[in-house]
Ligand binder design. Structure first.
Ligand code: HEM
Length: 147
């Protein structure tokens, strides 16, 4: 096994080159986030969960989510928030809801992304983040919890 040691700067340059090759830019991120949240809000189960929490603050939520995906997909460093506490406070959100979220995100990508590689690129990242959010919310299934 060989390890490549890359500086943060090299890593950023490589990620940005890969994203550009996959047709990912700020305009695509903006369209992805707009289309995805339109669908989330129209979803019978997820819609009410988001409306209850976000209420009249969608104007702040949308640019935040564009910054988040810009940072995740293009390493732009535009997002500096804390997703874990934002989700830990959501009582009543289940693992099945995460599957619904991921399904809507994937279908949105299938509908608008320039290639299947672009779909995979986003889904690898979304799956990984969804797992870590669930780990923070529910712990490891099967492990005993403290009394
Ligand atoms: C069923 C699954 C999910 C539900 C119901 C949900 C719901 C929410 C809600 C209601 C907020 C707003 C919280 C607030 O403003 O106080 C939020 C914020 C956020 N969500 Fe989710 N979410 C889900 C899954 C995900 C996934 C899978 C990701 C990433 C791949 C994600 C990324 C984020 C981020 C980055 C924020 C902004 C946090 C911040 O900086 O304030 N969410 N989510």
């Amino acid at each position: 096994m060989t390890y490549r040691v890359r500086s943060a700067e090299q890593r950023r340059t490589e990620i940005q080159a890969q994203a550009a090759r996959l047709g990912i830019d700020e305009a695509f991120i903006s369209k992805l986030v707009d289309t995805f949240y339109d669908r989330v809000r129209a979803d019978a189960r997820l819609g009410p969960i988001f409306e209850a929490e976000i209420g009249d603050k969608w104007d702040a939520h949308m640019p935040k989510m564009k910054d988040f995906w810009s940072s995740v997909a293009m390493n732009t460093g535009r997002y500096a928030g804390k997703p874990v506490p934002a989700h830990q406070k959501l009582a009543g959100v289940s693992a099945a809801d995460f599957e619904t979220w991921l399904g809507l995100f994937k279908q949105t990508l299938i509908d608008i992304a320039p290639s299947t590689e672009t779909v995979d690129y986003f889904m690898q990242r979304a799956d990984r983040i969804a797992k870590s959010l669930q780990l923070a919310m529910y712990g490891l299934p099967g492990l005993p919890t403290r009394p």
